[in-house]
Design a protein around this ligand. Sequence first.
Ligand SMILES: *Cc1c(COP(=O)(O)O)cnc(C)c1O
Length: 387
Amino acid sequence: MPIDPLAWIDEELDSLAKQDLRRRLVTRVGPQAALTELDAWRGINFGSNDYLGLAADPRLAQAVADALPAEGWGGGASPLLTGHARLHGELEARLAEFEGTEAALVFSSGFAANAGTIAALVGQGDVVFTDRKNHASLLDGCRLSRADVRAYPHNDWQRLDRLMAKTAGNRRRLIVTDGLFSMDGDLAPLQRLADLAERHDAMLMVDEAHATGVFGPSGRGVAELDSVEDRVHVRVGTLSKAIGSIGGFVAGSRRLIDWLINRSRPYIFSTAPPAAVAAAALAALDILRDEPVRRHTLLDRANELRRALHESGWNTGPSASQIIPILLGSTRRALDLSAELRDQGLHVPPIRFPTVPKGEACLRISLCYSHTDEMIDQLLTVLRRAR
Ligand SMILES: *Cc1c(COP(=O)(O)O)cnc(C)c1O
């Protein structure tokens, strides 16, 4: 019998299962909300990035429904051909206004925005400096660019300073960092990084995927919070987390956006998202502006939850945001605690290798505006008992 050339996959999957690293899809039934049905289970969902509770907001769904008769559904072509719809243009103008930049560009995902932007900014003979805890899409962008990639220890700006001094003479230089780190929930030292970018003639790119809509006086992210927006050359945000929709965007100078339109391969060689998707994001930006109570309440509750977890003896690492990891170390322990919580009606996903390094497994609590005080109390009660 001929050997199936894909037979090796079974062995690899078995090996993952033996290490407790095999993942399986769960299927959500119904909208992304605080109370969620996953497979045959129903309970409180602490595993989404729907930070402002907008994913299931009827105003977003209504905006899509209103746009559909005029726009149809499919994008049909790359934005450079015939895919760029009037609503995309409106959303880009609105994002530029929101971010206070000359221009903005909408991508079909935050992943595409990151990967496609880094690869357009640096190439062979250039150097890119990346935080070791940066999101996978930033790392993939670095690899894709074929620039010399220098990873620096998490948030260690002093090491970065030395690294940059040693690599003087490279053609173009780029520092890339998450604004708010997706697993630890801590913030990047953006003022320091902006200083280094200036001192060492580098571009600075900040991915605000988890901070857009949440941090800063107007919800623009950590760069706004730290008052360094003028010194961040490339700002990336996502429409798929706090904005409750789908897609990513880059905001910056007109020349930056023009360059991406000409050189960013995921932008050029991928079909434009449906125009109606832009209508949902526009509706969400209205809500963001009109209901700042969502982000204020969220961050207040996150501070309280972190404090209560510390008091019960849990280690939440460096978290300073709505992303609150419970550091556990062993994968087994993370899986067991997650299963225990699930039995008590609480979904808190375990995070393990390769999402985090081996031996650094955790549970990741993603707090959202839609979680009520009662839901958070329930989580705390079960976690106190499990300690
Ligand atoms: C989720 C995420 C992205 C990707 O955004 P999508 O719109 O989901 O593709 C990029 N960067 C960070 C830090 C993220 O957490």
